[in-house]
Design a binder for this molecule. Structure first.
Ligand code: XXG
Ligand code: FE2
Length: 360
């Protein structure tokens, strides 16, 4: 089992040119239950399936899949995969991570169906990252309205990763070529979370401060905010409201409309829509005060504790769980909720906490 590195290695090597977050490989314990959740309820499209794995995509996608559900004994995350700009970027990825001293594996046939040559690494933070260019193209169903309606999930938007040292994690991601778009900090210089983009949205991945490395969530986008309300109504009608963890709501960070669900194995899925364009080179970074009660929910609704504390185990390249490192710095939940925490809606005033969870 590989211990994640705790120092911050650097390299002069050229990083791979990452285009976007492309797919995640999730290990699920009951494939039929996972299929019901992701296909029958959320409407993801099955590209291929067999007794051990299901390959799913969103409705606007043309690459083979955005999500692989693979059956296993314990819920976990086997890969966070990024598409790179050219086949040569695989050489760059290989050299870059070897230089950082990471475990690196290259497969000419690819690690999963529908993806060609790929490089998998256990990155310096301990996460299993994959880089690929070659992929089977499949039908983009964007015009197939007979196949979908309200609640349609149209793209994979982002990943979110839990890691104890957000500053060190951010330095690694920025060296890798990600652009920071937003973060949450306090006046003592502690960073609680940060968001990083390659495509021109608010993020392809984010770091949430906490015991890690763990996977916080995968987010799919839908076109309209009313689609999110439809998904909530549908879950209620199906007597599946207990999979709603947080929301629906409007984020402060990213400005997106959101909903968080938990799949049958507890993996967290966000439904997300309507963040903003970030593609200019001088796109301004938005910094939020951790005590601003509107940072994570623009309407001031409290974040449920499970959202801060629970996350999915990640696997190393041998398929073993990566051991956790504890966060040493203050935790966002502790400084904003409960007896020791405080938050404000108007700076200079203290909230009187009539919304559950924000008591001072
Ligand atoms: O995608 C996101 C999130 O990382 O899931 C969380 C955008 C914003 C937020 S936050 O809860 O900070 O508003
Ligand atoms: Fe998110």
């Amino acid at each position: 089992m590989n211990q994640p590195r705790t120092d911050s290695p650097t390299t002069e090597a050229t990083p791979p040119d990452i285009v976007r977050a492309a797919y995640m490989e999730l290990v699920v314990t009951d494939l039929a239950a996972a299929r019901e959740f992701y296909v029958d309820i959320l409407g993801l499209v099955v590209t291929e399936e067999d007794e051990t794995a299901i390959y799913l995509r969103t409705l606007e996608e043309f690459i083979h899949h955005n999500l692989v559900l693979r059956v296993g004994d314990e819920p976990a995350v086997a890969a966070l995969a990024f598409r790179v700009r050219s086949p040569q970027d695989l050489d760059r990825a290989e050299d870059y991570y070897r230089d950082l001293g990471c475990d690196v594996r290259r497969s000419a046939e690819g690690f999963v169906r529908g993806i060609g040559a790929a490089v998998r690494v256990q990155d310096p933070l301990g996460f299993p990252y994959e880089f690929f260019y070659e992929t089977e193209h499949v039908a983009r169903l964007a015009w197939n309205y007979e196949r979908y309606g309200a609640g349609a999930l149209v793209r994979l938007d982002h990943f979110n990763q839990v890691y104890p040292d957000v500053v060190a994690g951010a330095a690694y991601l920025e060296d890798l070529g990600f652009k920071r778009t937003e973060d949450i900090r306090d006046d003592d210089g502690i960073t609680y979370a940060a968001w990083f983009a390659r495509k021109h949205t608010v993020h392809d991945t984010a770091l949430t401060g906490g015991d890690g490395p763990r996977m916080h969530h995968i987010a799919f986008s839908t076109h309209e905010k009313h689609n999110i309300l439809y998904i909530c109504d549908k879950l209620g009608a199906l007597r599946r409201s207990d999979c709603i963890e947080r929301g629906p709501g409007r984020h402060g960070v990213s400005n997106a409309f959101y909903l968080y669900l938990r799949d049958p194995d507890g993996h967290r899925v966000e439904i997300y829509t309507q963040d903003y364009y970030t593609g200019d080179p001088d796109n301004p970074v938005v910094t939020w005060d951790v005590h601003d009660n509107q940072r994570r929910d623009w309407w001031g609704n409290p974040v449920v504790p499970s959202w801060y504390t629970e996350a999915s185990t990640v696997l190393d390249l041998d398929g073993d769980p990566v051991p956790l490192q504890q966060r040493q710095e203050a935790k966002e939940m502790d400084v904003t909720i409960g007896a020791d925490g405080f938050s404000y809606t108007r700076k200079g005033e203290t909230d009187h906490g009539f919304k559950l969870g924000n008591q001072v």
